[in-house]
Design a protein around this ligand. Sequence first.
Ligand code: NAI
Length: 718
Amino acid sequence: MVAGTIQVEMLESDIALLTLDLPDKSANVLSVQVLDELAAALDELEEQSGLAGLIVCSGKPGTFIAGADLREFAASLDAPPEQITALCRRGQELFSRLSKGPWVSVAAIDGVCLGGGAELACWCDRRVMSDAARTQIGFPEVKLGLFPAWGGTARAPRMIGLANAIELITTGESLGTRAALAMGLADDVAPPDQLMAAAVRLVRDEQQTRRYLRDRQSWQEPVAMDETELGFLGATASAAIRQQTKGQYPAPLIALELLLEAAGCDVWQACQLEAGQMPKLFGSPINRALLNVFFLTDRIKKDRGVDGPPLATREIRSVGVIGAGIMGRGIAAANIKRGVPVVVTDASADALAAGASEILREVSYRKETGRADVDRAVELAPLLNTCRTDQELAGCDLVVEAVVENADVKRKVLQRIEPLLRGEAVLASNTSTITISSLAAGLQRPDQFCGIHFFNPVRQMQLVEVIRGRQTSDQTVATAVAYAKRVGKLPIVVHDGPGFLVNRLLFPYMNESLELVCAGVPLEQIEKAAKGFGMPMGPLTLYDVVGLDTAFYAGRTMWEAFPDRIVASPLLPAMVKAGRLGQKSGAGFFRYDPGQKQGRADPDFQVLADRYTRERREYSLEQITMRLFLPMLLEATRILQEQIVRDARDIDLGLIYGLGFPAFRGGLLFWADTEGAERILEWLRPFEGLGTRLRPTELLREMAASGGKFYQQTRRAS
Ligand code: NAI
């Protein structure tokens, strides 16, 4: 039972202040209990005589209301349609009281105001938002496979216009204060410490002008728009959504249809339509999958990386990066953006100079203008220290090695740097394939050494694998995890082993695409199957992007480690030998015209591939899909058996954030759990003759026999 979330007090003799402050939580979320409390508070406020204004605010600095209580949502996913509709109606009726009461209502918003919180704010007569960078308002429900259904789709178009509402609701993107003001979603802006004064001013203004009464009336009416305009808006929005969602996420289109249909109704009929449509999405497989992704992410945000009682982590006040190449630059920039000073070194003076200017360009880039901001570069430049000698690294709390992927070079660098560091400093490698335990050999303090594997490009990829070598201490792991979060990443802790987690799962899939090519399957069919499953690009295009040479060398580690199931395809070295290195050389599996990232079919490749084509079999798209994803799934079951991860959910999170595995499937193991192990065994049956890589593992058989779920696998103690 959550007690005392809502407090009502008098701010002035005729202005009440309603404060939401969920006890023992860092953010306010709207649960049934909170809605009950709000109803009770409104009962009293509506009865109170002589009240001119009601201001709604949050007691939590940095959050107004983060949204609905998603754990409650998850618990009612199996609810019958009538119950879902009734739940929506309840919220609509409750929030709409804010636009009917005998006072002017004002939402005073500082921090995030999202989902149900934005709906509550929208039902207020007016909104004032703080100018803090953290303040934002939006309807992210489509990201969970839903749409706002506490009156959001009914109220927003009447307040800010249909086109704006369509954009906000179907994209799920939130707005900062300035954009909200320009759109008419906010009525005023104030610094956080003057928010209340601004809200009072709004009440007083409205008391005088009584404009809110006129708006109350007009925001109940149908949206003013003629049929032609409506048709045009619908067609353009629908085309944009189809392009964005590739037909794989139904919520934005359903929301669009709802918004268009309800435009001709009054707000109360629009609310009814909204509630009536919700059962189409709530509890659907995609809604369940996207909720799972939310919980996976939330779990990692709270995970400390080690089990047991909290450990004191070492504070990372400054970071050293060795190697100013692609990764070193990205890692340095990620630190500077979060205010962490960085020392960057490189054996090559040219690489260092080029790296420094690239780092400054990246940290000073402004999205709004699409270019680097000189003032920002000047402000952040003192956080970057580039140097050719090792001495400057001595004062760093953490040093990340990001030199070339060569075990001998890396070992030499690590052994040279370690003696210079303070006793408590942490040393890490960004290696993508070399085991951490093998790099630790020769170090004096292997317990203070781990992998911190960032993904490329660092600015876009949120995932970081923190790799625990055989001797890495809990404190080092916890420190690396806390540090990765500090620089804005989602860290998963992975036990040491070839390919760690993400690359180990990527290789069976990539490898299978080569096998399919050698089985005479047309390239475009392979790409289509992967994209149809939801991957952002096909495996052959991914080879071309990564570079065939890089893939070949990285692949070698995997062939050596798992010769029973990773086939050393002759096609890769043949392509490297022929200079077909992918996009960078203008040709790989596909041909790339100068300056083009989009490849086209290349008859020359076919000539080369024909030499390695062992058979010509007809495969259906579904069979190709299974051949690509089942080896990945089987590898995931081996990873679980070997306890490479602490929790099955880490596998799903790693794939979604590290490889772009489709979120609408909820993750690889979530997908497998949804389908059931028995069905997976059936899918595998026709391919078992192809070798170990497509034969059921012990764990999969066990799951099928017991009807168990991968998500129920017990956790590994760290
Ligand atoms: P890169 O080739 O772009 O940069 C390596 C840099 O290290 C170069 O500037 C080179 O001059 C410098 N260097 C070489 N030997 C050195 C030494 N002894 N002392 C100081 N500097 C030295 O390589 P990239 O792509 O940045 O990779 C670096 C590390 O990150 C590798 O271990 C790689 O496997 C890993 N990684 C790479 C990813 C990628 O997509 N490029 C993704 C994730 C990890």
